[in-house]
Write a protein that binds this ligand. Structure first.
Ligand code: THU
Length: 158
């Protein structure tokens, strides 16, 4: 019998902290680390031939699903779509609706902040989500905002 490859089994990414009573309480710091890692991995797929600035995003649903996105650029610059919107559109188009957090990663000091267009869409579709951002070269330092902090007095209905 051929020897089994000597490779450790990939471990499931856990976002739950210590158990309280019968329920596992979410641990925000652990969630931020896991989601940030997913955002950093998503950067690899960025299509950014014009700016060469690769951004990754990862959106966490209340059910614990993670949808990732990366920026997709076009030679017709206005068609470019940010990583955040790609992740959000993927999630919405698959029926996800309740979002807990979004992580963003890019090689910029302190991490990127979402552009105005992404803030608007996040305010509409993920108003309760926390935004975590990190410099992809220094993932240990994660900054945090709420969507309301990033887009106060958002235009939401007419
Ligand atoms: N970009 C994002 O994907 N997310 C952000 O938060 C900021 C900007 C992308 C859009 C474009 O492809 C490149 O970064 C430069 O603006």
């Amino acid at each position: 019998m051929p020897a089994k490859p000597d490779r450790p089994k990939p471990r499931a990414l856990k976002t739950n902290g210590p158990r309280k009573g019968n329920r596992a309480e979410p641990d925000p710091a652990a969630q931020a680390r896991v989601l940030t890692l997913a955002a950093r991995r998503a950067r690899v797929h960025a299509c950014a031939p014009w700016s060469n600035f690769r951004v990754g995003a990862a959106l966490l649903t209340q059910e614990g699903r993670i949808f990732t996105g990366c920026n997709i650029e076009s030679a017709s610059f206005g068609l470019t779509c940010c990583a955040e919107r790609v992740a959000l559109f993927k999630a919405l188009s698959e029926g996800a609706r309740r979002f807990v957090a979004i992580a963003i990663a890019a090689p910029v000091p302190g991490g990127p902040t979402p552009c105005g267009a992404c803030r608007q869409l996040l305010a509409e579709y993920a108003p309760e989500a926390v935004v975590w951002s990190c410099d992809s070269r220094r993932p240990g330092r994660i900054r945090q905002w709420t969507i309301r902090e990033l887009l106060p007095a958002a235009f939401l209905r007419f």
